[in-house]
Design a protein around this ligand. Structure first.
Ligand code: KIV
Ligand code: ZN
Length: 500
């Protein structure tokens, strides 16, 4: 079976989703999970873009074993050298350099001729190749580039040393048949001289279909992100494209090296860290993806699973919600379960999570894996805590004026305040705003129940904006007001980290 490489760009293009920025520790955690998932290449960042990206690439390159670690670089000498600096220690490294090739970009954005764009591309691929063995080149906005010129650029960069040529549909403009034709033309021109990669954006909802069409026509690498996060409408979703290939190997005659049982864990980790929830009906990782509602379907499933199930939940790592722990479970069992779930936490972090687990066990009879994962959100989110919630009591009701009293630590100092509001969440948020002296705009507030039942943990996702910066916060608790306060404070901590 032909193997298609999976190039994950969650940490680079994925991080370009509004509000999705991750700090270095968080990126290392995601990279560790990507390695477990079995991706072939991790694009760990864009080295020259910020010291944070540089540090993340450096750490991922020296700590994460398995995948090739890659840095993005514009076709500029300073970028390529910076990428090399960041990657130096990585045992398997790749420099991914790019230059626009479409007339629209060349004329309006870069104001250079086609010849000049080609010259710069060749020169920078040559420079990258003098530093590392493995060089990838992307002609940006390839799908709106004149095909004859695109083929000339591709020929020239391969000649200069690129071993992968990536064809980006930068603005999500192409369609499956058109893109397939383009990839076929490239394959006919270059044969096996380089791997053809594809990088599709989802502006028309076609990123996965376009990538699959490319595979049918000779592409050997797919660039994608967990949960399809990314610039604007996002990138090709890793879980969808991988499961399409795995499920329809018969049709595509190709597969990947992905350990699909790690998919759900990867999806949840990225949700937790970025604060971007997955829509319930999203293919593969949405909460409804395996929920059969219709009586006819349920009847068929009970008789024979394959009547209505083309993918088994277990194949993506979903266990049927099972009771894993209870009130009497000890520290050791809790730690073992965390390890089985893929969390690699420091002893003090385990201790904090265990205390929360004990409190939860007092409130909630049945504790599921999903609850445990929500409990460790605070540890997974490696944001320095300038603000920390230590107490909350809220009052509300039909004939009561809602109010909330919040106790928090602000830079280690305990403060307390009561505020009134339109409802208990509004009162809570007003009190927190006053205590922290912050002025951000709440753009979005979403609530989701984890597992069923009225005693379920609730997850709250908030999006805040301050001076043009957007961040997302996440909080989980059996008390939805407490979860709301945690999500708000998590987002405020991210803003504080960004300000620094
Ligand atoms: O979408 C795009 O064109 C990119 C390139 C940098 C590969 O992300
Ligand atoms: Zn992109």
């Amino acid at each position: 079976m032909r193997i298609v490489r999976i190039f994950d760009t969650t940490l680079r293009d994925g991080e370009q989703s509004p509000g999705a920025s991750m700090n270095v520790d968080e990126k290392v955690q995601v990279a560790r999970q990507l390695a477990r998932l079995g991706v072939d290449v991790i694009e760990a960042g864009f080295a020259i873009s910020s010291p944070g990206d540089f540090a993340a690439i450096q750490r991922i390159g020296s700590e994460i074993e398995g995948p090739v670690i890659c840095s993005l670089a514009r076709a500029k000498e300073a970028d390529v050298r910076r990428a090399w600096e960041a990657l130096k220690e990585a045992p398997k490294k790749r420099i991914h350099t790019f230059h626009s090739t479409s007339d629209i970009h060349l004329k309006h954005q870069f104001r250079v001729s086609r010849e000049e764009a080609l010259r710069r591309s060749v020169e920078m691929v040559g420079l990258a190749r003098s530093l590392v063995e493995d060089v990838e080149f992307s002609p940006m906005d390839a799908t709106r580039t004149d095909l004859a010129y695109l083929l000339d650029v591709i020929d020239a960069v391969i000649e200069a040393g690129a071993s992968t040529v990536n064809i980006p549909d930068t603005v999500g403009y192409t369609t499956p048949d058109e893109f397939g034709g383009m990839i076929r033309a490239i394959k006919e021109r270059i044969g096996d001289r380089a791997v053809i990669s594809v990088h599709c954006h989802n502006d028309l909802g076609l990123a996965v279909a376009n990538s699959l069409s490319a595979v049918r026509n000779g592409a050997g690498q797919i660039e994608c992100t967990i949960n399809g996060v990314g610039e604007r409408a996002g990138n090709c979703s890793l879980e969808e494209v991988v499961m399409a290939l795995r499920t329809r190997k018969d049709f595509f005659r190709a597969d990947t090296r992905i350990n699909t049982r790690e998919i759900i864990r990867s999806s949840r980790l990225v949700t937790k860290i970025t604060g971007i929830p997955v829509q319930p009906n999203k293919a593969i990782v949405g909460t409804n993806a395996f929920a059969h509602e219709s009586g006819i379907h349920q009847d068929g499933l009970l008789k024979e699973k394959t009547t209505y199930e083309i993918i088994s939940p277990e194949s993506i790592g979903l266990r049927s919600a099972k009771l894993v722990m209870g009130k009497h479970s000890g520290r050791h069992a809790f730690k073992t379960r965390l390890e089985e779930l893929g969390y690699d936490l420091a002893p003090d972090e385990i201790e904090k999570a265990f205390e929360r687990f004990k409190r939860l066990a007092d409130q909630k009879k049945d504790i599921f894996d999903e609850d445990i994962e929500a409990l460790v959100s605070d540890e997974v989110s490696k944001i320095p805590e300038v603000y920390c919630l230590t107490g909350l009591s809220a009052e509300s009701g039909m004939k009561k004026e809602p109010k909330a009293t919040i106790t928090m630590k602000v830079n280690g100092k305990t403060v307390r305040r009561t505020a009134k509001g339109d409802g208990p969440v509004d009162a809570t948020y007003r009190a927190i705003e006053a205590l922290t002296g912050t002025k951000s705009n709440l753009i979005k507030f979403e609530v989701k129940g984890i597992t069923g039942g009225t005693d379920a943990l609730g997850e709250v996702f908030v999006t805040l904006e301050e001076d043009g910066r957007t961040v997302r916060g996440l909080g989980a608790d059996t008390d939805i007001i407490v979860a709301s306060a945690k999500a708000y404070i998590n987002a405020l901590n991210k803003l504080a980290a960004r300000r620094k």
